[in-house]
Design a protein around this ligand. Sequence first.
Ligand code: ATP
Length: 306
Amino acid sequence: MTPDGGIRAQGVRRSFGPVHAVADVDLVATPGRVTALIGPNGSGKTTLLLMLAGLLAPDAGSIRIGGADPVTQNYVARSRTGWMPDVFGTWDSLTAREVLTTVAAAYRMDAAAGRSRASELLELVHLSELADQPAHVLSRGQKQRLGLARALVHDPDVLLLDEPASGLDPRSRVDLRVLVRRLAAEGKTILVSSHVLTELDEMADDAVFISGGRTVATRSVADVDRPREWRLTGLDPVALASWLDENGPGYRKEVDGPGVLVDLTGDAAAAALLRSAIEAGIDVSSLAPAGGVLEQAYLALEEERR
Ligand SMILES: Nc1ncnc2c1ncn2[C@@H]1O[C@H](COP(=O)(O)OP(=O)(O)OP(=O)(O)O)[C@@H](O)[C@H]1O
């Protein structure tokens, strides 16, 4: 890996007519780490990823992929980049294996190397049994997995994954998470966008939050404040509520759930609350953070911006 490996984007902009899809994005994604790209619908994530992948030119700003500029050194940058779009269009008349060997040929791999890489990747994404079926018979989730294999054909240093888990069943989501962590451990730079923030909690090391086409915050997941909101449930909800009224912190009844939500400053405050509830004879059945770390960070940022 070159010393300036990974992804660096500074002051990146791109408009479509009057729509400023990406208005000012700064982003760094480091080799060996998984960086989450988080933002509401229409905040510019896909537009940004397309520019990083060298498929769309920015109007302004600078982008480096492993030190290469996707605008002026498009081939070098693209040969270092694996791109998995949110919706994977396949060439429907080709088989899953042919999709991968065709991509390998486009990356100038010789035919034997391309065939062996295709078999290896089909196994990795559990599609070996469907390898010789036309790609159009694949389900949405299977197409997603083929899309991931396609992004990996040329063993890129940088992976750009746009909503990679959408359409995947629970087993495939776990497999994806394990694979992404393994690729990061091998030293690859991985940038992943997803709306499912609880999933990113277990996958990402860093997070870049964008809103309205601008970077609004950058965090290391380890440094994000622990969740403040906890869900508390008891065997007797009435007894629990009256004990909280007299002794506990303020709380809100859950609209759709069985418990109450309390704001706590961290693990020690949660342990203290649990101890005093049990000492008072309240049958507590569960106490746990009400949402993931990234979800709460995202909601707090949204709140700040109102
Ligand atoms: N080719 C295009 N032409 C015109 N407007 C576009 C084009 N591509 C994106 N936009 C607009 O740019 C904005 C950002 O879109 P983008 O797809 O990048 O957002 P996103 O964060 O990926 O959204 P989502 O989370 O819903 O996938 C949106 O307002 C979108 O309508």
